[in-house]
Design a protein. Structure first.
Length: 529
C-alpha cells in the first residue's frame, strides 16, 4: 500500500514530463518544416533565463538571476573561486594586519566601461552609498559589521570592522561602481558602468538583457562579442529554443526529463557537475506542534528523498546532509541522517500524542506554501506525509505574494533553496534567534541557545581550524534539532551548443566563465542581435 502511494506520485510526474517531451518533439519537427533556419552570427550568444533580473546595479542585486548577470559586468575586491574560497579580483594582494582590519592593494590599469580609471575612492564610494540608510539597499544588512572604508592612496583600500569578524572577505565581494554613480533604487535607471568583461547595452524588463564587450577589459580572441540574455519563463519553450538553435546556452532551468533528449541532438551537449544549491524544508516554530522535535523528525523520516532525486529530478541532485555541500571547506558529513522510514515516523507521532484515527489521519494538518512553478513538490510531499497520517494543504501564490508570506512568518511548512553559499557564516543569518526578518533570514523563528552560542562564536573566531570545529558542531546540532529538513544539493546542469568551448562549471552556478568561451564561426545556437 505504501509503495504504491509513493510510486503513483512519481509515475504521475513522469507522465506529465513525457507529455511535455512529446510536445517538444512535435513542435521541433513542425518548426523545422515551416520556417527557415535562424540567421546566425558567430560572436553573439543567446542565453535563455527564466526570469528578469530585479536589478543590474550591484548595490541592489540580491536575487539569483541579478547576481549571475552582474558578475559579468562588475568586479569586487574579491570573488568566490571555483573551490568555494575567496580569490583576489580587483585586489592584487590582501593583508590582514589586525583582527579588525583588511588592506586591499588594487590592480593597476583597470578601467570602467566608460573609460574612467578604477581608483580607491570608487570602492569607498560604492560601500558608503550601499550603507547609506537613505538608499534602502537590501545589501546594507550584510555590511553592517563595517566600521569604516578608507582610501589612503589611489590604489589602497582599508576596511575596518567592528571587532574581529571572520567572514569579512565575504563583504569584499560587492561589485564596484564609479565614484558618484547615482543611487536610483532597485528597479530604476540604467546599469552603471563596471570593470567586468561585459557592459549592459540594453535592458528591457521581462524581455532581455543585452551585453557587449567592455573594450577596456582584456579578452583573448576569438571570444564572444555579445551575449543576449533572453527572458523565457516557460521551460518547454527554453528547451525548444535550444533544440532549434535559437538559444546556445541555458543552465539549471531545463526540466530533468528533457535533458536526455537534448543531449542526443547532434548540435547540443549537456554538462552536469556537482552543485551547492541547497534545497530544504523549513518549519515555522511559532506553531507549538512544530516545536515538538518528534513531529519534525517524523516529517523527516516520512520523506523519501532518494526516490524524489531518482524519479523526479532524474539523478540531477545529491541527497543533502545540511546546508554546506561536500565542496565547502567547512563541510562535515558526520551528522544524523533521516533515511526514509514511515514506520519510525508513525511511532514518533504516536509518542507525540497524535495516534491514528479510524480514517487514518492523526489530527495534524499543516499549510504548505509554494509557488506555481514548484507546486509539484508540494503534491509529492503531500502524498508522502499522508501515508503517515499528516494532512498537508498545498497553497500556491505567485512569487511576490509567496515571498512576502514567508518573510512575515505566514506559513507552517515551505521549501526553498539557498544559492551560492560560500562562507558558513550563513548559518548565523538563518538560525540565530535574533535573525528573524527584517534583521536576518530566520523566517521560521527558530531559537536554540546552543545554536546561538555556536554561530556567534563562528563570527569572531579567525583561526580556520577552530572555525571548522565550530561549524562541524553547528552542522551536527542542525541535523539533530531540525530547524530545516535537508533535501538535496542540486547539480549544475548546463545545456549548450557543441561548438562552445572552455566553459568551466562553478559549484555555486556562476556564469563568469561565459566571458572566456571560445566559439566556432559555424556554431549552431548563436543568434544575431
Amino acid at each position: 500500500m505504501g509503495e504504491q502511494g509513493r510510486n503513483a506520485v512519481a509515475g504521475d510526474a513522469c507522465a506529465v514530463c513525457r507529455a511535455i517531451l512529446a510536445l517538444l518533439l512535435l513542435a521541433t519537427y513542425t518548426a523545422g518544416c515551416q520556417r527557415p533556419s535562424v540567421t546566425q552570427q558567430s560572436d553573439v550568444l543567446q542565453v535563455d533565463i527564466e526570469t528578469s533580473p530585479l536589478s543590474l546595479d550591484p548595490r541592489f542585486a540580491t536575487d539569483a538571476i541579478s547576481s549571475r548577470l552582474t558578475e559579468l559586468v562588475y568586479n569586487g575586491l574579491v570573488r568566490p573561486g571555483p573551490n568555494l574560497d575567496f580569490v583576489g579580483d580587483l585586489a592584487e594582494s590582501i593583508e590582514h594586519p589586525t583582527a579588525a582590519m583588511l588592506v586591499f592593494h588594487l590592480r593597476r590599469g583597470v578601467r570602467f566601461a566608460d573609460g574612467r580609471r578604477l581608483l580607491a575612492r570608487d570602492v569607498q564610494y560604492t560601500y558608503y552609498s550601499t550603507l547609506d540608510t537613505a538608499t534602502l539597499s537590501p545589501k546594507r544588512a550584510g555590511l553592517t559589521k563595517i566600521a569604516t572604508v578608507e582610501s589612503p592612496d589611489e590604489h589602497t583600500v582599508v576596511i575596518r570592522t567592528r571587532g574581529p569578524y571572520a567572514p569579512a572577505l565575504e563583504m569584499a565581494t560587492l561589485g564596484v561602481v564609479p565614484y558618484g554613480t547615482p543611487v536610483r533604487g532597485a528597479r530604476n535607471g540604467p546599469a552603471p558602468p563596471g570593470t567586468g568583461p561585459f557592459t549592459v547595452a540594453r535592458f528591457v524588463r521581462d524581455e532581455e538583457v543585452r551585453m557587449v564587450r567592455n573594450r577596456y577589459a582584456a579578452a583573448s580572441d576569438p571570444a564572444l562579442k555579445a551575449i543576449i540574455f533572453k527572458v523565457v519563463p516557460d521551460p518547454t519553450v527554453r528547451a525548444l529554443e535550444l533544440a532549434e538553435g535559437v538559444c546556445g546556452f541555458a543552465e539549471n532551468n531545463i526540466e530533468p526529463d528533457l535533458l536526455g533528449y537534448l543531449g542526443q541532438l547532434p548540435a547540443l551537449r549537456v554538462e552536469n557537475s556537482a552543485g551547492t544549491t541547497y534545497q530544504y524544508l523549513a518549519f515555522n516554530f511559532r506553531d507549538s506542534r512544530l516545536r515538538d522535535l518528534r513531529v519534525r523528525r517524523a516529517i523527516a523520516y516520512a520523506i523519501d528523498r532518494q526516490a524524489i532525486v531518482r524519479s523526479i529530478l532524474r539523478g540531477t541532485a545529491r541527497v543533502a546532509t545540511g546546508m554546506l555541500a561536500p565542496e565547502n571547506w567547512a563541510y562535515d558529513g558526520g551528522v544524523k541522517n533521516y533515511a526514509y522510514d514511515p514506520e519510525r515516523a508513525g511511532s514518533l507521532l504516536d509518542a507525540a500524542g497524535y495516534a491514528r484515527r479510524r480514517d487514518g489521519t492523526r489530527g495534524l494538518r499543516f499549510v504548505y506554501k509554494t509557488t506555481p512553478e514548484n507546486a509539484l513538490m508540494g503534491v509529492i510531499l503531500q502524498a508522502m506525509l499522508r501515508r503517515v497520517g499528516i494532512d498537508l494543504e498545498v497553497r500556491t501564490n505567485e512569487w511576490a505574494t509567496f515571498y512576502a508570506d514567508i518573510q512575515r512568518g505566514n506559513f507552517d511548512l515551505t521549501s526553498m533553496d539557498w544559492v551560492g553559499v560560500t562562507d558558513p557564516h550563513h548559518y548565523y543569518m538563518i538560525f540565530d534567534s535574533k535573525m528573524v526578518p527584517p534583521l536576518g533570514l530566520n523566517r521560521g523563528a527558530y531559537a536554540n541557545p546552543e545554536m546561538d552560542r555556536l554561530v556567534e562564536a563562528g563570527e569572531v573566531t579567525l583561526d580556520p581550524a577552530k572555525r571548522r570545529r565550530i561549524y562541524a558542531a553547528v552542522q551536527k546540532l542542525a541535523a539533530l534539532d531540525l530547524p530545516y529538513v535537508s533535501l538535496w544539493w542540486r547539480d549544475n546542469v548546463a545545456v549548450m551548443s557543441r561548438e562552445l568551448a572552455d566553459f568551466r562549471p562553478y559549484p555555486n552556478g556562476s556564469l563568469i566563465s561565459l566571458a572566456g568561451l571560445r566559439i566556432s564561426p559555424s556554431i549552431h545556437g548563436l543568434a544575431t542581435p
